[in-house]
Design a protein around this ligand. Structure first.
Ligand SMILES: O=C(O)CCC(=O)C(=O)O
Ligand SMILES: [Fe+2]
Length: 536
């Protein structure tokens, strides 16, 4: 099992730890009883000996006393020896070991996953190292302090995952948090050695020089440091005297709109709200009640909000009920596993997606059937070719990086998707089965839209152009959860049986690069502005 990706699992593990504590308590009790008995015996033996000493040799005139000493030296001491030799608390120890070695316990991968989650949160939301180390997450104080060793662990991972700025700041924090004593002596050289590496990646040669000197001051005898310092001076020595030590910010500058960024950067900037649609891009969007698709909706119309016109994205409110969510949670209780993404030839576990997911066929429960009738009314599309219901639970730091829901040609043709004859994923309906306390929005990277999960609501969008070609503007992802947990349900509708039901549109951006798309979008925007301006 895997735990860091799900709060649901983490709560279970927390329960197991309670059992481990009980075994530890039993171990202590058993040993305490043994020690108490030995102490009492020691006192008894001592008092018998004191009495004998007071009497002097006359003590042994009494046959009873002779007997007592003999008994002590044979039987009683033997008992003491046996007791001292016997290992106590074996039972609770072996129970404890069983609990801890069970496959329900988190392992090394989970620990790394949890650290990875912290780093991702920090990177995406540009959180301050100092705040995180003080247990403050995006302004909320959780009161948990990280010690020097924790900071060092995070720094090590940051360095490995090419976040040298973050590594640098975590190392400074690790050093600030050293409290002296043996531990400091052990950790300081490790901190400085990694600091040299971080500064090297950041091109801070003067800083490297200073840190090398500090390192050699505390470990002058280390041949390794001397050797490294010498080869550094040889290679970069000329740069040292020229340069000022750099000021290193823990986060790089925020790219401006229109700057060239990677899709991942666009994802981060949308998640953190640094990139947002401009007011004029929003002013034609409406909200209201929808009642066209089904007579029932005249009585209870859907509450809809338009989020985007092209591609069409709409948000429905109050379209799933607590009673349904309760049933769903029961259905998925034992079937959640780490979510996978499409690899070249198969589905793979990847850090791109850290959530627990489960596919459940509609036939499993009538509630799924009811939800599908609703989806039909919400989308005007047929559910005949829909995939199984997918449920996902994200824990803290859990996320799903930017992606398209539509399958690429490679995926469509390599036989790893279910029912390829049903074609590509024409539309997505994403239900939010929970609110999320902090973070965890759905970010549309091209459209700069961030949707905060609202429990009982659902988002619906078309993934494909009318030609059947994937629409790259639908790229989206699940932003990492800062606190709380997130439940979603995906309904993926396929192309088959939809030909009379889908709306039309003309252009095809399937082969365009991001820059080309941005150009087209900007041109459209300008055109819209022009026509707006001329009509005003
Ligand atoms: O959880 C989210 O907000 C998005 C999930 C998603 O995009 C997916 O499962 O394909
Ligand atoms: Fe998706």
């Amino acid at each position: 099992a895997e735990f860091f990706s799900s709060i649901h699992e983490m709560t279970k593990v927390f329960g197991y730890e309670q059992k481990m504590l009980q075994q530890m308590q039993r171990f202590l009790n058993d040993n305490q009883r043994k020690l108490d008995f030995l102490k009492e015996t020691l006192r008894d033996f001592e008092s018998e000996r004191n009495e004998a000493r007071e009497w002097g040799p006359a003590y042994f005139d009494s046959p009873v006393n002779k007997y007592l000493l003999n008994k002590r030296l044979t039987v009683d001491w033997q008992r003491v020896e046996n007791l001292m030799e016997a290992s106590t608390g074996e039972k609770p120890l072996s129970r404890l070991q069983k609990l801890r070695n069970g496959n329900w316990m988190p392992g090394k991968g989970d620990l790394e996953g949890a650290l990875d989650g912290i780093l991702r949160l920090q990177f995406v939301y540009r959180l301050k190292t100092k705040d995180l180390a003080n247990g403050i997450l995006d302004g909320v104080d959780y009161g948990t302090q990280l010690d020097s060793e924790h900071c060092l662990d995070i720094a090590r991972l940051a360095l490995r995952d090419q976040h040298p700025r973050l590594a640098h700041s975590w190392l400074l924090e690790a050093s600030d948090r050293l409290t002296g004593g043996e531990k400091s002596k052990e950790l300081m050289p490790q901190i400085l050695a990694l600091l040299v590496q971080a500064k090297a990646e950041l091109g801070d040669f003067q800083g490297m020089n200073e840190t090398y000197q500090e390192l050699l001051e505390i470990q002058p005898a280390s041949e390794e440091h001397v050797r490294n310092y010498e080869s550094f001076l040889e290679a970069q020595g000329d740069k040292v005297s020229l340069n000022e030590s750099k000021i290193i910010e823990e986060h790089g500058p925020i790219p401006k709109e229109g700057d060239m960024v990677t899709p991942f950067q666009a994802f981060c900037l949308t998640c953190s709200g640094h990139w947002q649609p401009e007011p004029r891009e929003l002013r034609n969007l409406r909200c209201g009640y929808m009642m066209e698709t089904h007579p029932f909706l005249w009585i209870a119309p859907f509450k809809v909000e338009e989020l985007n016109h092209d591609p069409l994205i709409v948000h429905y409110h109050d379209v799933i009920y607590q009673s349904e969510i309760d049933i769903i949670k029961e259905l998925t209780r034992n079937t959640l596993k780490r979510g996978e993404v499409s690899g070249l030839n198969s589905s793979i576990v990847s850090n791109v997606r850290t959530s627990q997911t489960s596919f459940i066929p509609v036939t499993e429960h009538k509630v799924l059937e009811t939800i599908d009738r609703r989806v039909e009314d919400m989308t005007g599309l047929s559910m005949k070719s829909a995939e199984d219901h997918q449920f996902a639970n994200y824990g803290i730091g859990g996320h799903y990086g930017e992606h398209y829901d539509w399958f690429s040609h490679i995926t469509l043709n390599n036989g790893i998707i279910s029912n390829p004859e049903h074609g590509n994923r024409i539309a997505t309906v994403l239900f939010y089965l929970s609110d999320v306390t902090q973070g965890g929005g759905t970010a549309f990277t091209y459209l700069k839209k961030l949707l905060k999960p609202i429990k009982y609501s659902a988002v619906f969008w078309h993934n494909l152009h009318a030609s059947g070609v994937g629409d790259v503007r639908t790229q989206h992802g699940a932003c990492p959860i800062i606190t709380g947990s997130k439940w979603v349900q995906n309904r993926w509708l396929r192309e088959a049986f939809q030909s009379d039901l889908r709306p039309c549109e003309l252009w095809d951006d399937s082969l365009a690069t991001r820059t080309q798309i941005m150009e087209i979008l900007n041109r459209e925007k300008e055109a819209a502005n022009d026509s707006q301006a001329s009509s005003e």
